[in-house]
Design a protein around this ligand. Structure first.
Ligand code: HEM
Length: 525
């Protein structure tokens, strides 16, 4: 190990002694791993693993999700393994529909989040629905949250989404009138403000002032700092070290503290106040079905803790997806006009029911953006016991035999490369192309499609799929419709490289130091 790597650990805030401890741990771990490395021996592996970082540095260096796509294509396989960083045992990468469906739909409680993802969710969002593991506990939390995100709940609260969309429109109009010519915006900033505004109004009956009042600035600022650290080289090092040595999760590292800051900003800043306002006397009846109201009632009935209660202000995923929608449309003026025409032909605010059927092109655009730009580029899970995974596409073992399933041992880390799966040419023909029309044509043959919402994995699948899917889709439709009716979006020519900090973060090539940035030019119509 060279001096530079030692220096890198020190810049993470670990200090010299810790750095030496980690290096010693690494040396032992690497030795043990190489000595005991037996499982997955018939699974293909790409070339190019480095001794120190395995294949994981390549995954980090390339635009998010691309390395998996490249390896799956090169090896002409739907299952592969990659070398883990710092001597971590090989990771199994699954892009096979049978294996993925088996895990997500049938055995999800045997495949909890990996040891690095779970503490991260805990730090970011607290011990909320996304964090909880175990069937009983998860079902309890899920039931609690799901009713507040049902079609009925969204139908009844659609006016909140409309109010946030109107505010966004007014603010952008004012910004463009004011700036006089400076019309390039970072879409992510604007969509972050709008989706925070939606979740505040929808779930917490709380006004974030269009996403720009002091509370909103603190929350979005904390998210941004977390993302900036997460996408940096330092963030990668921390992630790899934590994954290899989970006990380090409890150290005061800057990258971890940045995640913790997001949560404490939410907790200390607004969550307490929201709860205080919503407290009602025990036994007092209510037909209020809002998320906050249900959580507060559950808290009073001691069904969930104060911690669990404070963990539901999250809107980043919808914001990023919406940002990518504007960026794709900016690069494709013809399709943008087609969408505008359809949206202008619909008068007034979009109702939840109409959003399901009345605007087919808007629906197709949203499906296409969700497919091409999944907010989570991949999911990591760990098997709790030995298992045999079914696969649709048999593998060729080195001895020439056909493998029709994969034996895995307890503790096996599994990567489900959502981004690569969603773009597979073997399913879509032109998987990397933005072509909303594919959703208006016949879909590919059923037996090659994955399951999950709209046959893509962006909202995951099975009992732990995204419980907020309906709200996410409705708000993205309303916000996008509002924007394209009033503004034209134009390409700036910037090359976008996607990075990951919990979720997908677009950056401009050569300007990565700016953090998440997805520029488009905007003109008021
Ligand atoms: C485009 C927007 C969104 C995308 C792409 C998305 C994607 C996902 C994915 C992939 C998961 C599974 C994560 C895993 O198991 O590791 C998930 C879970 C979850 N999502 Fe979303 N999400 C979005 C918006 C939302 C919204 C708006 C809400 C709530 C208001 C929400 C709430 C949740 C919750 C609570 C879970 C955990 C569910 C469980 O474990 O049972 N999401 N989401």
């Amino acid at each position: 190990m060279g001096i530079n790597h030692l220096a890198s650990y020190q810049t993470m805030g670990l200090g010299k002694e810790w750095s030496y401890t980690i290096l010693a741990c690494f040396a032992c771990a690497a030795f043990l791993t190489l000595w005991t490395r037996k499982p997955l021996k018939s699974i293909p592996m790409p070339n190019g693993a480095s001794v120190l970082w395995g294949h994981e540095k390549t995954v980090f260096d390339m635009s998010a999700g691309m390395a998996y796509a490249q390896w799956l294509k090169e090896l002409n396989t739907s299952v592969l393994k990659i070398r883990g960083a710092l001597g971590k045992p090989d990771l199994l990468v699954l892009a096979d529909p049978f294996a993925v469906t088996y895990i997500l739909q049938r055995r999800i409680y045997d495949y909890p989040h990996s040891e690095v993802v779970r503490p991260r969710i805990g730090r970011l969002l607290g011990k909320s629905l996304g964090w909880v593991e175990g069937e009983k506990e998860h079902k309890r939390m899920r039931q609690l949250v799901a009713a507040s995100l049902s079609p009925e709940a969204i139908r009844n609260s659609a006016y909140n989404v409309h109010a946030a969309a109107d505010t966004l429109q007014e603010r952008l109009e004012a910004h463009l009138a004011d700036k006089n010519g400076d019309n390039i915006i970072n879409t992510i900033d604007w969509t972050n403000q709008a989706t925070l505004d939606v979740i505040g109004r929808f779930a917490f009956t709380h006004d974030f002032g269009g996403g720009i009042n002091q509370e909103a600035i603190s929350i979005l600022g904390a998210w941004r700092n977390m993302a900036k650290v997460g996408i940096s080289r330092k963030g990668f090092l921390v992630l790899m070290v934590l994954r290899r040595f989970p006990f380090l999760n409890h150290l005061p590292l800057e990258a971890l503290m940045a995640q913790g800051n997001v949560r404490s900003t939410i907790r200390d800043g607004i969550a307490k106040e929201l709860i205080r306002r919503s407290q009602r006397l025990p036994g007092e009846s209510t037909d209020d079905n809002s998320l906050l109201s249900r959580l507060v009632s559950a808290h009073q009935a001691q069904l969930i803790s104060m911690d669990e209660l404070m963990d539901h202000v999250s809107s980043e995923t919808s914001s990023q997806t919406l940002g990518y929608a504007l960026w794709e449309l900016a690069k494709d003026p013809k399709r943008q006009s087609q969408l505008r025409e359809e949206c202008l032909a619909y008068s007034g605010h979009l109702s939840y029911d109409d959003s399901q059927t009345k605007l087919p092109y808007l629906d197709a655009v949203i499906r296409e953006v969700v497919r091409l730009h999944p907010a989570l580029a991949y999911m990591e899970r760990v098997s709790v016991k030995e298992d045999v995974l079914p696969i649709r596409h048999p593998l060729q073992a080195p001895d020439g035999q056909e493998l029709k399933n994969i034996k895995i041992s307890a503790g096996q880390t599994i990567v489900i490369p959502i981004h690569a799966i969603n773009r597979m040419d073997t399913i879509w023909g032109d998987g990397s192309v933005f072509r909303p029309e594919r959703w208006l044509e016949d879909l590919p043959a059923r037996d090659i499609l994955f399951s999950g919402w709209s046959n893509v994995l962006s909202f995951s699948d099975g009992p732990r799929n995204c419980v907020g899917t309906r709200l996410a889709l409705f708000q993205m439709k309303v916000l996008l419709m509002t924007l394209v009716r009033r503004f034209e979006f134009q390409d700036t020519g910037s090359v976008i490289i996607n990075k990951i900090a919990s979720s997908m973060q677009p950056t401009v090539q050569g300007k990565e130091e700016l953090g998440p940035y997805l520029p488009v030019a905007v003109v008021t119509l």
